[in-house]
Design a protein around this ligand. Sequence first.
Ligand code: GZL
Length: 325
Amino acid sequence: MNTPMLRNRFLRLSAFAAALLLTGFSALHAATKPGKVLKIGFAQTGAESAWRTANSESMKAEAAKRGIDFKFSDGQGKQENQIRAVRSFITQGVDAIVIAPIVATGWDPVLREAKRAKIPVILTDRAIQTADESLYVCFIGSDFYEEGRMAADWLAKAVNGKGNIVELQGTPGSDPANERRKAFADAIVKHPGLKIIDSQSGNFERTSGKQVIEAFLKKHGKNFSIVYSHNDDMALGAAQAIEEAGLKPGKDITIVSIDAVREAVQAVVAGRINCTVECNPLFGPSVFDTISRVLSGEKVPKKIINQDELFDATNAAAALPTRKY
Ligand code: GZL
């Protein structure tokens, strides 16, 4: 092939590469063109708890405020519903997909479909287990391991490192249940007087939390003096079961929980729950800010962690008036 032919081929290839590059960028930037209405799909886990209600409201309110065409899907507690919703968002050609993955595994296939469709995926609230971190842009949520550690450290001090514990676990296979269980167990190793004598899932739901503690009271009688609950809805159910058994929650049985929803902070003030570690659900603004950055081609951190604090008898009353959820 002589030089002019080579030169023409090189020029044609360069023009093709440039067109590809410009098309890629323009697709991203087109999503943020002034006046363009963003289309965002959100696959929510369900409506299992007060925390979830606050989280959904935060996302919906922020989307409305920003004039976003927001496609909200309630997974009703089933991963297959969430996966179906993500596939529908891909078919609709949304600009970005947000997922609160109900469980941590089984996401790679549908995330690969989103990647092939060049639709960025943001994970919120709960993380996933995957070998391919390129399948999602970033995770926005709390550090569940830290929450479990904070709960255990608070408890060890409150009961002088002694007592039998029953544990109310969250949704089996979910990131918060996995991390909160592991963190708490890791933290109480330092206190041989603290022992988890039983553990069962209440699926983050109030009724189930009550039923599990009713069963534990029958099975263990007075052989436990502490309930560690992975969320407030189950802790409030536990407090009810303890009362119906003629005991005083917060006094006869210490209750340590996580979420810091309003009703639980009120229960801390009333002395029915002893401590709740915050897990802030109000990250709608942070999610949509992050999506705007991503669609503008900006690099964002792989993890954006919300800060959480702890409420007990020393600070719950003062915090209550300004609690936003
Ligand atoms: C935590 C969230 C958990 C809450 C529960 O980010 O996934 O799910 O702790 C909720 O209340 O049901």
